[in-house]
Ligand binder design. Structure first.
Ligand code: PLP
Length: 341
């Protein structure tokens, strides 16, 4: 991918691309969607390359919703989902799901939809808690979304970070969700290129046009030479995906073991590369103090659980990331084990 991007820069393929992205990349994405996600999309008209998954989410809100619309998401949430909705003038609506299983229940989902709700945000595997949606949960989403005529956005940036033999399931491949779901994905995590800013969205076909126009208006296109580079990387994806599962499962296990030994019980994730650890027994007044203490006395950075909740339900949690190189992870695990009790 690096070579492909460098070649594109050397060959001066540096102008704006079409707003929907470089065609060779969209063709590679369409083949991958069919193979890995069970989603059929027309590379010419049904895929939009965006400035990361973040850009895809912003485009969905801006193109398909009106200010004041309700954007429903489970809590704990990924902060960008909540805060991007606020910036776009929408109202975040929260459906609390409970640790440690974080299951999505149909009755609770149905109750949390109001007349203002227009969009339901899914995230699987989830940041910050690492759960992967099961088929029965997605089928429940399909029923409620149909009843209440909701749009669904499904953030699947961690689709290749899945453990213990679990298979990622794309909501748009389940029941009739394809017709109301915009799937948003990206390369940032899979290829460790978070700064390249290349992602994509796969909407119901009739929504592609407004999304393309808004993508154009927001930032014209994703970086063109990097789109060319990324296109080459799709060939390596099956091999890369298998390596990621192996390597990151081992990283997950190492970090969870260290947290357990240090008396910070982890909620072992099914996917993604984050672990929530329970620090509630340690006597900290809140999650921020816990994170600062682990940083100052242990030299390990974490995110306070309060960053993922509106209320105080995250105050006993810290989120650790194992999306780092092995030597850094080993050092961090050693420091976590030595944390004073
Ligand atoms: N979605 C989720 C759930 C994430 O956790 C992140 C990054 O942490 C992103 C999207 C950002 O993705 P991108 O780099 O493709 O914008």
């Amino acid at each position: 991918m690096r070579d492909g991007a460098i070649r594109a820069i050397r060959e001066r393929r540096a102008g704006y691309s079409l707003a929907e992205g470089v065609l060779a990349l969209r063709e590679a994405i369409a083949a991958k969607l069919r193979r890995d996600n069970g989603i059929e999309a027309d590379p010419e008209t049904g895929i939009v390359v965006t400035a990361g998954t973040t850009g895809a989410f912003a485009a969905v809100l801006t193109a398909l919703l009106e200010p004041g619309d309700g954007v429903l998401m489970t809590e704990p949430y990924y902060g960008y989902h909540r805060n991007t909705a606020v910036v776009a003038g929408m109202t975040p609506q929260l459906l609390p799901i409970d640790a440690p299983r974080f299951e999505l229940r149909e009755d609770a989902l149905r109750r949390s939809v109001t007349d203002a709700t227009r969009l339901l945000v899914l995230c699987t595997p989830a940041n910050p808690y690492g759960r992967m949606l099961r088929r029965d949960e997605i089928e429940a989403v399909a029923r409620v979304a149909r009843e209440r005529d909701l749009l669904v956005v499904s953030d699947e940036i961690y689709e290749y970070f899945t453990y213990d033999g679990r298979e990622h399931l794309s909501p748009a491949s389940v029941a009739d969700l394809r017709e109301r779901t915009v799937t948003i994905m990206g390369l940032s995590k899979t290829f460790h290129i978070t700064g390249w800013r290349v992602g994509y969205l796969v909407p119901p076909p009739e929504m592609a046009k407004p999304l393309t126009i808004v993508n154009d208006l927001l930032y014209v296109c994703a970086p063109t030479p990097l789109q060319h580079g990324v296109a080459a990387g799709f060939e390596a994806l099956p091999e890369k995906a298998a390596a990621l599962r192996r390597e990151f499962q081992a990283k997950r296990d190492r970090l969870c073991e260290a947290l357990d030994e240090a008396g910070l019980p982890p909620i072992v994730p099914e996917g993604s590369y984050y672990v929530l650890a329970d620090v509630s027994q340690r006597g900290y007044p809140d999650a921020r103090s816990a994170a600062m203490d682990v940083l100052e006395r242990g030299g390990v950075a974490s995110v306070p659980g309060s960053a993922f909740y509106d209320g105080d339900r995250g105050e006993g949690l810290l989120r650790f990331s194992f999306g780092v190189e092995d030597d850094i992870l080993d050092e961090a695990c050693g420091r976590i084990r030595k944390l004073p009790r």
